[in-house]
Design a binder for this molecule. Sequence first.
Ligand code: NAD
Length: 519
Amino acid sequence: AAGLQWGDPITTLQEGMDPFEDTLQRLREAFRSGRTRPAEFRAAQLKGLGRFLQDNKQLLQEALAQDLRKSAFESEVSEISISQGEINLALRNLRAWMKDETVPKNLATQLDSAFIRKEPFGLVLIIAPWNYPLNLTLVPLVGALAAGNCVVLKPSEFSKNTERVLVEVLPRYLDRSCFAVVLGGPEETGQLLEHKFDYIFFTGSPRVGKIVMAAAAKHLTPVTLELGGKNPCYVDDNCDAQTVANRVALFRYFNAGQTCVAPDYVLCSPEMQERLVPALQSAITRFYGEDPRASPDLGRIISEKHFQRLRGLLGCGRVAIGGQSEESDRYIVSRLPNTQIPSFSPSTCCSTAVTPGPVGPRFPACAPAGLSLQSSPGLWAPRLGDAAAPTGWDLGPWAEIFGPILPIVTVRSLDEAIDFINRREKPLALYTFSNSSQVVKQVLARTSSGGFCGNDGFMHLILASLPFGGVGASGMGSYHGKFSFDTFSHHRACLLRSPGMEKIYSIRYPPYSSRNLRM
Ligand code: NAD
């Protein structure tokens, strides 16, 4: 049986045969041969990856536009340049990263050589999601290649056009004896996970993260899990509402909200909410025009299934801006032309939107630019301390919005906002807007999240000198820049001793009875 090769459609495989065994066997043998270890080989692969991006830029932009209607600008900044930047950084630092790291010694090892060797794990599996289908495949790949591993890439089946370029074009730029791209959805990936890998790097939902971790546990394979969740965005009363709205809208509607680190919901006072809603409406109109559907800069929802899920959310709350959707286009309206912002009185909002019920939360939502208001210091806020009330809010199908919908939840104080955050799973990212550095520092000190950014959206992740990853339910492990290299390297503890100097070392040998230990 021929294993799954580059570009083989999975449907051509015969029933009952293991589509992956031959390919994996080939890669394992390549790793055992030691071919991937020299710096020259690693650099050649990284350069190949760079050429792949340069030669096929237009093809990739077209594929991303077909999958998510990403604008050329978004594709450039969030997919292509970010991957190219990681390649360049790895190429510049490869030898320094690979160097043995000497460590301090104690009395008993004074005459030895002690160091940490960064060695490749072996055969690595990278499983990627669809929302940044190039970035989230290639950036981990850079780390795996730089660290000298053989790699199996499993792109998402939802971003079909990008998947196709990765399967059919990328292999021409890499050493095929050491790398493979495989196709497949949940069933095939499940089959793939039955095999033994030396490391698994997964980006995707917490639900599938658990499946991957359970499969890895059967082989004691270490994992990095880059997962999602709900990223809170606290807005202090002292902020300039328009500045906050501009920044929040940019990061919420980028890639049509399908970003793991997008602000998932706003926490602010009812007074700030009153100022924020018109400011958001103004930002959305400036960014995407009077008719956002015609804007070349607003993306689309990846699939019919995801579109239906998001449309379902709109029925759960009171929409402040937008709220229309067009199924044929997988489009959710940012803002209706000439729409009046409805005025919200706490009582109407409460009675319609905020009722955590037995089947799940009544989640206040609204569409791009969607804001839905749940506000009512009188009814909702006092219940924050009541375990039964808020916990339902983010359970069930509303766990993560992952689309162009931005709920606002009102709180009466900073303490209440922090309590609201701390009662939930640790988020991948947390945002705080305030003119007071004390407030920003307080939120930072009293909460936990994978990453944190004060007074902006996900700018922390464009800095390769910061680790990117989650904590708790938002993931484990991190990558980007040197962190990627370290993630894909085993840190081997090494001590080299001289074969001589036996007289000195013989003091360790039994019998111990003659030893005068002064403890
Ligand atoms: P997903 O978990 O559905 O799929 C991710 C990958 O797992 C895909 O390649 C898919 O084919 C595979 N998969 C799906 N079901 C599987 C199963 N039952 N068994 C084995 N493999 C399976 O995630 P998605 O919908 O592609 O992406 C969205 C999710 O990813 C969101 O939760 C988002 O927050 C998260 N995400 C996280 C990051 C991060 O860096 N932390 C980045 C992007 C997306």
